[in-house]
Design a protein around this ligand. Structure first.
Ligand SMILES: O=P(O)(O)OC[C@H]1O[C@H](OP(=O)(O)OP(=O)(O)O)[C@H](O)[C@@H]1O
Ligand SMILES: NC(=O)CC[C@H](N)C(=O)O
Ligand SMILES: [Mg+2]
Length: 501
């Protein structure tokens, strides 16, 4: 779940791209990049680090042009080396750059065919570089110096035949404009909007609507699954459904954890969904133990706060801020490496003893994935003198890997894999563990007036919507991407430093 943005403006867009990436920072903390274009040249700056650390005034001054794209990265393929920071670039045809949120499930076959049939070289192990080369190959087929919108849409249609997985993409074609498209299942989110200026209309495409809000753009709508949009460098907008939608199944984990609560994805407010998750959890608690003895509900900041608040309201129990979050530590789940994640939980959260001492506390988190957070938090609650420590998760148990853009490749790293709720409760040291039911989670996200019916819930139910994920594939990514393998990969790229450009 990286963050992507593309803007076609009426003046330089460097500052607007930077501001949008700051708003999307929660989607990726490892690397950031911006590329802009002016007078048929491109200007690129990308590196590992947070947005505020990657772009200095000297870089910003050189990112010239009225159109460009940006990316914040959370690696799900390859390594977290700076060589795989995005946007990626290929010089032929036209000069194309691309930023991708998601993960391709057929990257190995695709990379092979790009080399053997398309005679193209890919220099990193990033699936996004493969995707860019496939797109470039399809665009080259038109053999035109100047592409018409339909040439671009035809290329995207062909690309859909070659790429499988989750992908929301923004691409900049030098001398032309910006193209954006979303995978046929709509797994990863993508929206676009516009704003009026005295010089004319400006367009922006982004992973989440919150980026549009903060920059004063008005949301037009979500990019539909299988749809592409093209905004020329002069600000003309074209859209086309490039492939029929077989099943619209956006990733439900966006609503649970990934997205900001103030975003609206596919017509459903993330904030309202999280409130509803809290309400549903309260109903389950009352079903399981109508005569519960919970004294206080305490969220684990940051993401669970919305659900925890509504849970407490529905139960009629006090809501208290028992953990204080250090505002300078980022999201721990998307940090690379278990050692860093583990250390960061304690650095990030500290308890207020008086909220725990002598009480039966219900701790609420949005999800339990590896169990890194909850294990430490339960212990902290006990150290503060809690009488009983109950724990609930606004999402069901995470039991299966994700292959569409969330870095959960290894079942053995998932605390609930092959374990019952009671076994997990014992492992994390809680007196009572309550998981949300999957149907209740789906109900919390479906709102009237949206066409949301089904979702990619693979991490909860092991059903992979693209239909190509089998045991052999899961075994393969487990080997490739477990913490140990990633550490090794990182060490190798640091020595060799292979760059895309
Ligand atoms: O079981 P785990 O592997 O620990 O993963 C789940 C935890 O990680 C996330 O928090 P994170 O610190 O990333 O972000 P947040 O501040 O948005 O809650 C999530 O909100 C849970 O708290
Ligand atoms: N989280 C993502 O969307 C990752 C995008 C891409 N697969 C990468 O690893 O860079
Ligand atoms: Mg959290």
């Amino acid at each position: 779940m990286c963050g992507i943005v593309g803007i076609v403006g009426t003046a330089n867009v460097n500052q607007a791209l930077y501001d949008a990436l700051i708003v999307l920072q929660h989607r990726g903390q490892d690397a950031a990049g911006i590329v802009t274009s002016k007078d048929n040249k491109l200007f690129l700056r990308k590196a590992n680090g947070l947005v505020k650390d990657v772009f200095h005034t000297r870089h910003m001054q050189r990112l010239l042009g009225n159109y460009g794209i940006g990316h914040v990265r959370y690696p799900t393929a390859g390594s977290s080396s700076s060589a795989e920071a995005q946007p990626f670039y290929v010089n032929s045809p036209y000069g194309i750059t691309l930023a991708h949120n998601g993960n391709l499930t057929n990257v190995e076959e695709l990379a092979k065919s790009i080399y053997l049939s398309d005679l193209r070289h890919v220099n990193t192990s990033s699936d996004s570089e493969v995707l860019l080369n496939a797109f470039a190959h399809e665009l080259a087929k038109s053999k035109k110096l100047r592409l018409a919108p339909d040439d671009i849409f035809d290329a995207v249609t062909q690309l859909y035949k070659r790429c499988v997985g989750g992908f929301a993409v923004v691409s900049m074609i030098i001398g032309h404009g910006i193209v954006a498209f979303r995978d046929p299942n709509g797994i990863r989110p993508l929206v676009y909007g516009s704003r009026e200026t005295v010089q004319g209309i400006e367009y922006m495409v982004a992973s989440e609507s919150v980026a549009l809000d903060v920059l004063g753009f008005t949301l037009i709508r979500d990019v539909a699954p299988g749809e592409a949009i093209y905004i020329t460098e002069q600000g003309e907008l074209f859209t086309k459904q490039c492939v029929a939608v077989k099943q619209f199944t956006p990733c439900i984990f966006e609503y649970v954890y990934l997205a900001r609560p103030d975003s609206i994805i596919d017509g459903s407010s993330v904030y309202k969904s999280r409130l509803k998750m809290g309400e549903k959890l309260a109903e389950k608690i009352l079903r399981e133990r109508p005569d519960h003895d919970i004294d206080v509900v305490i969220p684990i900041p940051d993401t669970s706060r919305t659900s925890a608040l509504e849970l407490a309201n529905s139960l009629g129990v006090k809501f208290r801020e028992g953990f204080i979050k250090n505002r300078y530590i980022g999201r721990t789940f998307i940090m690379p490496g278990q050692a860093e994640r583990k250390k960061s939980v304690r650095q990030k959260l500290n308890a207020i003893e008086l909220e725990f001492k002598g009480k039966n506390v219900l701790l609420v988190d949005d999800s339990i994935v590896r169990g890194t957070t909850c294990k430490q938090i339960v212990q902290m609650a006990r150290d503060c003198g809690a009488k009983k420590v109950y724990f609930c998760s606004a999402a069901p148990a995470v039991r299966y890997p994700n292959v569409y853009g969330i870095d959960m490749p290894s079942v053995h790293e998932l605390i609930a894999h092959n374990r019952t709720t009671e076994e997990v409760a014992k492992l994390i040291g809680t007196d009572w563990l309550i998981y949300q039911d999957l149907e209740d989670l789906k109900e919390a996200v479906r709102f009237e007036g949206t066409n949301l019916h089904d979702f990619d819930c693979a991490v909860f139910d092991g059903h992979y919507v693209t239909g190509d994920v089998n045991e052999a594939y899961l075994h393969h990514i487990e080997e490739e991407r477990n913490d140990k393998a990633l550490g090794q990969k990182q060490a190798e790229t640091e020595i060799i430093e292979l760059h895309n450009n």
